[in-house]
Every structure is written in structure tokens, then in C-alpha cells.
Design a protein around this ligand. Sequence first.
Ligand SMILES: Cc1cc2nc3c(=O)[nH]c(=O)nc-3n(C[C@H](O)[C@H](O)[C@H](O)COP(=O)(O)O)c2cc1C
Length: 313
Amino acid sequence: MRLKPITIGNITTENNVFLAPLAGYTNYPFRRLCKGYGAGLCYTEMVSAKGLKYGSENTKELLYTEENEGLCAAQVFGNEPDTLRAACEHEAFAPFPIVDINMGCPVPKIYKNGEGSALLENPILAEQIVRECVKSGKIITVKFRIGITDDKLITAEFAKRMEGAGASLITVHGRTKDKIYAGDVNFAEIEAAKRAVQVPVIANGGVFSNADAERLMRETGADGVMVARAALFNPQIFCELTGVPTESKLEMFRKQLKWTGQVCDERFTTVFMRKMAAFYVKGQKGAAAFKEKLFQAQNPEEVWAIAQQIWQE
Ligand SMILES: Cc1cc2nc3c(=O)[nH]c(=O)nc-3n(C[C@H](O)[C@H](O)[C@H](O)COP(=O)(O)O)c2cc1C
């Protein structure tokens, strides 16, 4: 993958390989891990603009970060321009100079509320949202899908509108809302978006290897790639894409367990790291038996003991 820095507003990233927002996963320790493996920009999971408005503690926790994280983007969802702007201006967003607006989430509850991918059907409102959020002084970016269904693809026009409204970068997930995460990525639509705008375009969808990333870049002409599910199974995919040296799975797991334990309570750490271990063990011999054991672990020490059995050196 050809690496290059990406300029987003007045900020320049180290490279063009980004970690996607992943609800339930891209917390501070996980982002720290991926950054160490070479990710040029990491995103928080999506947080609700309304949640912040009503003082939800949970929403604030999702935005937890530490000074040493460095550059990171926060992602927000909603559909009220003033509520989204207030979120950008909220103190919980202070550590994040870049705010990405989610216009791709296909989850029924979000879509039915007119949020996430529903904004693809309401481009005027989507523009108003970006215009209002830009007034917060944050660098605003947008992540969206190529349309709701394959018979009505909107990518280039939507990209142009977002740029016109003030977005400093767009990320295109090359699938429709109806496809959720399945099916081929539509390279032509991402390419059409790239041709339509001057701001950087990041291509997203289906990157599970360096060859995938190279193909996505080649076929779309995009400025960079965003990796989502592959990072859940293998955070060291960023090493493969950026040339950072790899380390053992056990060492990776040890770090993530330690860092998660430092900022999350014991219950969360246990449940979260059990889930992560289940991702990391996928495809390995004896994975099913290890998973069964894992899910009986009651505390981080027990999770660690099982991880050592799985990945003994
Ligand atoms: C578990 C899970 C959580 C996700 N959460 C978010 C999210 O919070 N915000 C967002 O924009 N996309 C979210 N996505 C979509 C991904 O960021 C990405 O667009 C999608 O998975 C396609 O990329 P991939 O083929 O590399 O997985 C999520 C995807 C998954 C599988």
C-alpha cells in the first residue's frame, strides 16, 4: 500500500491508513493499540448527539481518551443540526479536533429515527448539518454509504454536497445501506466520488489484507483506506499495511488487556477482552474449545491465563 500523509483542514495525518469507527470496540485502549501498529488516524465509535445533550454519562465514557493518544477523530450521529453543533462544542469533544458525522449507519433504530444512513435520503438536511457543525470550529468530515439501495446510487452528488457544505474529508463505504456489511464493494461509485470533489476521499469496505488495500486504492483512485472488521480480527493488519514490525498475538493481547484494565472497570475489561480474544482466536486450531473456556473467565486474570494457553510461545 502506498503510504502518504492526508491533510484534513489544517491537520495532516501521518499516513492514509485509518481505523474505522466501530461501535462497541474502538475505545481508547483499542485505538492506542492500532495506532502503535501504524494506523494514521483512528476514530471513536459513534456517539449520540442527543445523548450528550441530555448529559448521558455513558456517551461521555465512550469518548474517553488521554493526552498521549495524540490525533484522534470523534464520530457523532444525529439529525438535528443544532444538536449536532452543540455536540461538537461539548467539552467531551474538546480532545478531538476532527469530528466525523455518521451518515451510513444501517441499524434499524438509527435509520428509522432519520439518523445515520437515513441522511442519504435527505441531502438538504445533511448539508445543513455539516454547515452548522463547521460553525463549531471543528474540522468536519463525513462518512457515508453509496446509497440506500443499488437502484439509486447517490455517491458523487452526495460527496459534492458534503464538500460544498464544508466537509474537509469524506469517507465512502462502498456498499448500500441494504447490503449492511455483505457483498462486493462498488469501486466505481467510490471513484465517482473521488472525481467529484477536491477534498481527500477515503475508501472503505472489504480491506482484509495489503492486496485488498492496494486494489481498493487502484480501482477507486482514493487518497487512503479505512479498515474496519479486519482490525477486529487482527489489529496488526495495520503493520501489514504500513510496514510497522509485528509482535506476537500474546504480546498484543497482554498490552490490550493491561491498557483496558487501566481505564475500564473489572467487569467491562473481562467481558470486552473475552470478546476480543474470541476474535483473535478465529481460524486457529481448537478455537471453539478455547472460546468456551474464555467465556467462563470471571476476571481479567482468568482471561489472561486462558490467553496464555491459547497463544503459548
Ligand atoms: C461491529 C461494527 C460496528 C460498527 N460501528 C460503526 C460506527 O460506530 N460508525 C460507523 O460509521 N461505522 C460503523 N461500522 C461500519 C464500519 O466502520 C465500516 O464502514 C464497515 O464495517 C465496512 O468496512 P469493512 O468492510 O472494512 O468492515 C461498524 C461496523 C461493524 C462491523
